[in-house]
Design a protein around this ligand. Sequence first.
Ligand SMILES: [Cu+2]
Length: 242
Amino acid sequence: MRRLLTLIAVVVIAVATTLFNTTPAFAHGYVNSPPSRQANCAQGKVSNCGPVIYEPQSVEGAKGQRNCHAGDSRWAPLSDESKSWPVAAVSSTASFTWTFTARHATRDYEYYIGSTRVGYVAGNGRQPPSTVTHSINLSGFSGKQRILAIWNIADTPMAFYSCIDVNIGGTPGTPTSTPTVTSTPTSTPTVTTTPSGTWKAGTAYATGNTVTYNGSSYRCVQPHTAIAGWEPPNVPALWQKI
Ligand SMILES: [Cu+2]
């Protein structure tokens, strides 16, 4: 009987481990630096973005697309060119950083300006670390451009799409990159601006904010809006233990 119970316990643990390791629906990735359109939406820099503010990492669709919203109507505001998307100043060689909430085996990464592929990084079918940064040569282009960054997954037909508005060799366009505290009330009720205290999903954190989580203190190292799954111990790219 005791052996049987032990066997059952082992099976239960094995099943639980498998379930726990299964990728949750929200666990994917996006370009957060320079901020992609979904990053700007999640940080409240652009309004009326729809549900992408809660999951900027979920802009996922079939491979081979050339739009900002992965062909998914839920994310359609990302392709709305009438919105005033913040523009990041970059030099002719620009660094793009992806944040992953699940490290899917990766076929490759592609970067497009219009129909021209300006960057390619092989993934070799391997899992990336929690963040990767690619240096992309944009010489040949100048001024305001829209970069489409694509993360092609190796073991599914899917890819993740991030559009980043840049000004190559220029100065930033609309809002500044400095996190500012607005004096007017935000129109998004679920995003609070409380920068410290206990970590809480839905809160917009700026670099340097400190929080407590499970009795430990953490300092924000990258501005972001917290979501479930991004608890400080889970995402060293966002939180440093202090
Ligand atoms: Cu995923």
